[in-house]
Design a protein around this ligand. Structure first.
Ligand SMILES: [Zn+2]
Length: 202
Protein backbone atom coordinates (compact mmCIF):
# COMPACT_ATOMS: atom_id res chain seq x y z
CA UNK A 1 0.00 0.00 0.00
CA UNK A 2 1.30 3.44 -0.94
CA UNK A 3 1.67 5.78 1.99
CA UNK A 4 -0.86 8.59 1.87
CA UNK A 5 -0.14 11.96 3.36
CA UNK A 6 -3.53 13.41 2.58
CA UNK A 7 -5.49 15.24 5.28
CA UNK A 8 -9.25 14.82 5.21
CA UNK A 9 -11.69 16.49 7.57
CA UNK A 10 -15.35 15.49 7.54
CA UNK A 11 -18.07 17.73 8.93
CA UNK A 12 -20.98 15.90 10.59
CA UNK A 13 -23.68 14.38 8.36
CA UNK A 14 -26.55 16.22 10.06
CA UNK A 15 -25.20 19.49 8.64
CA UNK A 16 -26.69 18.67 5.22
CA UNK A 17 -30.17 18.21 6.73
CA UNK A 18 -29.89 21.43 8.69
CA UNK A 19 -28.96 23.43 5.59
CA UNK A 20 -31.71 21.76 3.56
CA UNK A 21 -34.35 22.44 6.21
CA UNK A 22 -33.38 26.09 6.62
CA UNK A 23 -35.22 28.57 4.44
CA UNK A 24 -32.38 29.88 2.29
CA UNK A 25 -34.35 33.05 1.62
CA UNK A 26 -34.11 33.76 5.34
CA UNK A 27 -30.42 34.61 5.26
CA UNK A 28 -30.60 38.09 3.84
CA UNK A 29 -29.95 39.94 7.09
CA UNK A 30 -27.01 39.51 9.42
CA UNK A 31 -29.40 38.61 12.26
CA UNK A 32 -30.84 35.79 10.16
CA UNK A 33 -27.37 34.52 9.28
CA UNK A 34 -26.36 34.60 12.92
CA UNK A 35 -29.54 32.78 13.97
CA UNK A 36 -28.66 30.05 11.46
CA UNK A 37 -25.08 29.79 12.72
CA UNK A 38 -26.18 29.65 16.36
CA UNK A 39 -28.59 26.85 15.43
CA UNK A 40 -25.65 24.95 13.93
CA UNK A 41 -23.70 25.37 17.17
CA UNK A 42 -26.70 24.16 19.17
CA UNK A 43 -27.08 21.07 17.02
CA UNK A 44 -23.36 20.32 17.32
CA UNK A 45 -23.89 20.17 21.08
CA UNK A 46 -27.09 18.11 20.87
CA UNK A 47 -25.53 15.62 18.42
CA UNK A 48 -22.30 15.53 20.45
CA UNK A 49 -20.27 16.02 17.29
CA UNK A 50 -17.85 18.64 18.63
CA UNK A 51 -17.49 21.83 20.64
CA UNK A 52 -20.27 24.44 21.01
CA UNK A 53 -19.10 26.57 18.12
CA UNK A 54 -20.27 27.15 14.55
CA UNK A 55 -19.39 29.52 11.74
CA UNK A 56 -20.31 30.04 8.11
CA UNK A 57 -19.07 31.96 5.11
CA UNK A 58 -21.75 33.92 3.24
CA UNK A 59 -21.76 36.26 0.30
CA UNK A 60 -21.94 39.53 2.16
CA UNK A 61 -24.44 41.23 -0.11
CA UNK A 62 -26.91 38.48 -1.00
CA UNK A 63 -26.51 36.24 2.05
CA UNK A 64 -25.92 33.20 -0.15
CA UNK A 65 -24.51 30.46 2.01
CA UNK A 66 -21.10 29.29 0.78
CA UNK A 67 -19.79 27.15 3.64
CA UNK A 68 -21.45 26.09 6.90
CA UNK A 69 -19.20 24.56 9.56
CA UNK A 70 -18.92 23.49 13.17
CA UNK A 71 -16.09 22.68 15.53
CA UNK A 72 -14.87 19.10 15.09
CA UNK A 73 -11.62 19.18 17.09
CA UNK A 74 -12.31 16.11 19.21
CA UNK A 75 -13.99 13.80 16.66
CA UNK A 76 -11.40 14.63 13.97
CA UNK A 77 -8.33 14.47 16.23
CA UNK A 78 -7.34 17.88 14.87
CA UNK A 79 -6.57 20.83 17.12
CA UNK A 80 -7.02 23.35 14.29
CA UNK A 81 -10.51 22.10 13.36
CA UNK A 82 -12.30 25.10 14.87
CA UNK A 83 -15.57 26.19 13.27
CA UNK A 84 -14.17 29.35 11.70
CA UNK A 85 -11.18 27.54 10.25
CA UNK A 86 -13.38 24.74 8.90
CA UNK A 87 -15.66 27.34 7.28
CA UNK A 88 -12.73 29.06 5.58
CA UNK A 89 -11.25 25.80 4.32
CA UNK A 90 -14.61 24.54 3.06
CA UNK A 91 -15.42 27.85 1.32
CA UNK A 92 -12.01 27.99 -0.34
CA UNK A 93 -12.17 24.38 -1.51
CA UNK A 94 -15.72 24.81 -2.82
CA UNK A 95 -14.84 28.03 -4.67
CA UNK A 96 -11.46 26.62 -5.74
CA UNK A 97 -9.45 29.57 -4.48
CA UNK A 98 -7.21 30.24 -1.50
CA UNK A 99 -8.47 33.83 -1.52
CA UNK A 100 -12.09 34.57 -0.61
CA UNK A 101 -11.34 38.17 -1.57
CA UNK A 102 -10.33 37.27 -5.13
CA UNK A 103 -11.38 39.89 -7.71
CA UNK A 104 -13.83 37.57 -9.48
CA UNK A 105 -15.79 36.89 -6.26
CA UNK A 106 -18.40 39.01 -4.47
CA UNK A 107 -17.36 40.23 -1.00
CA UNK A 108 -17.50 37.47 1.63
CA UNK A 109 -18.42 37.54 5.31
CA UNK A 110 -17.68 35.13 8.13
CA UNK A 111 -20.42 34.80 10.74
CA UNK A 112 -19.23 33.04 13.90
CA UNK A 113 -21.20 32.05 16.99
CA UNK A 114 -18.27 33.11 19.19
CA UNK A 115 -15.31 35.45 18.89
CA UNK A 116 -12.37 33.93 17.03
CA UNK A 117 -9.55 32.55 19.15
CA UNK A 118 -5.93 33.41 18.47
CA UNK A 119 -5.73 30.82 15.67
CA UNK A 120 -8.96 31.85 13.98
CA UNK A 121 -8.01 35.51 14.23
CA UNK A 122 -4.94 34.69 12.13
CA UNK A 123 -6.96 32.59 9.73
CA UNK A 124 -9.51 35.39 9.36
CA UNK A 125 -6.68 37.75 8.53
CA UNK A 126 -5.50 35.55 5.64
CA UNK A 127 -8.88 34.22 4.46
CA UNK A 128 -9.92 37.05 2.15
CA UNK A 129 -13.24 37.79 3.90
CA UNK A 130 -14.16 41.43 4.21
CA UNK A 131 -16.48 41.21 7.21
CA UNK A 132 -16.55 39.30 10.48
CA UNK A 133 -19.73 39.07 12.53
CA UNK A 134 -19.64 37.56 16.02
CA UNK A 135 -22.20 36.45 18.62
CA UNK A 136 -20.59 35.63 21.99
CA UNK A 137 -17.45 37.37 23.22
CA UNK A 138 -14.25 35.60 24.28
CA UNK A 139 -15.01 36.40 27.91
CA UNK A 140 -18.38 34.67 27.55
CA UNK A 141 -16.64 31.57 26.21
CA UNK A 142 -14.06 31.56 28.99
CA UNK A 143 -16.52 32.31 31.79
CA UNK A 144 -19.25 29.90 30.73
CA UNK A 145 -17.21 26.97 29.40
CA UNK A 146 -13.58 27.51 30.51
CA UNK A 147 -12.32 27.02 26.96
CA UNK A 148 -9.29 29.26 26.49
CA UNK A 149 -8.99 31.66 23.58
CA UNK A 150 -5.28 32.45 23.60
CA UNK A 151 -3.46 35.81 23.79
CA UNK A 152 -5.25 37.93 21.20
CA UNK A 153 -3.92 41.48 20.93
CA UNK A 154 -6.16 43.90 22.87
CA UNK A 155 -6.72 45.94 19.71
CA UNK A 156 -7.59 42.97 17.49
CA UNK A 157 -10.75 44.64 16.14
CA UNK A 158 -8.79 47.73 15.18
CA UNK A 159 -6.11 45.56 13.56
CA UNK A 160 -8.70 43.88 11.34
CA UNK A 161 -10.50 47.09 10.45
CA UNK A 162 -7.33 49.03 9.66
CA UNK A 163 -5.23 46.52 7.80
CA UNK A 164 -2.25 47.99 5.98
CA UNK A 165 -2.62 48.39 2.20
CA UNK A 166 -2.88 46.51 -0.05
CA UNK A 167 -4.90 44.31 2.33
CA UNK A 168 -8.59 45.15 2.39
CA UNK A 169 -10.18 46.09 5.73
CA UNK A 170 -12.26 43.49 7.57
CA UNK A 171 -15.33 45.09 9.15
CA UNK A 172 -16.11 43.63 12.58
CA UNK A 173 -19.56 43.47 14.17
CA UNK A 174 -19.82 42.10 17.70
CA UNK A 175 -22.55 41.04 20.14
CA UNK A 176 -25.08 40.04 17.48
CA UNK A 177 -27.62 37.73 19.20
CA UNK A 178 -25.04 37.42 21.95
CA UNK A 179 -27.53 36.02 24.48
CA UNK A 180 -28.60 33.22 22.16
CA UNK A 181 -24.97 32.38 21.42
CA UNK A 182 -24.22 32.29 25.15
CA UNK A 183 -27.22 30.00 25.73
CA UNK A 184 -25.53 27.36 23.57
CA UNK A 185 -22.32 27.69 25.58
CA UNK A 186 -24.37 27.12 28.75
CA UNK A 187 -26.09 24.14 27.14
CA UNK A 188 -22.69 22.61 26.42
CA UNK A 189 -21.49 23.18 29.98
CA UNK A 190 -24.71 21.83 31.49
CA UNK A 191 -24.65 18.75 29.29
CA UNK A 192 -21.15 17.89 30.50
CA UNK A 193 -19.41 18.64 27.20
CA UNK A 194 -15.68 18.04 27.10
CA UNK A 195 -13.55 21.15 27.51
CA UNK A 196 -10.21 20.58 25.81
CA UNK A 197 -7.29 22.93 25.71
CA UNK A 198 -4.52 21.07 23.93
CA UNK A 199 -1.16 21.57 25.61
CA UNK A 200 -2.61 22.31 29.04
CA UNK A 201 -2.11 20.32 32.22
CA UNK A 202 -5.75 19.41 32.66
ZN1 LIG B 1 -10.49 29.20 16.87
Amino acid sequence: MTASYQVMLQLPGWLHDCVREWDSTALSTREQRMAFVIELSRRNVLHKTGGPFAAAVFERGSGRLIAPAVNIVVPSNTSVAHAETMAFMLAQQRLKTFDLGAPHLPAMELVASSQPCIQCFGNTWWSGVQALTIGARAEDVEEITSFREGPLPGNWVELLENRPAPLKPITVTRDLLRDQACAVLSLYRDSGGLVYNAGSES
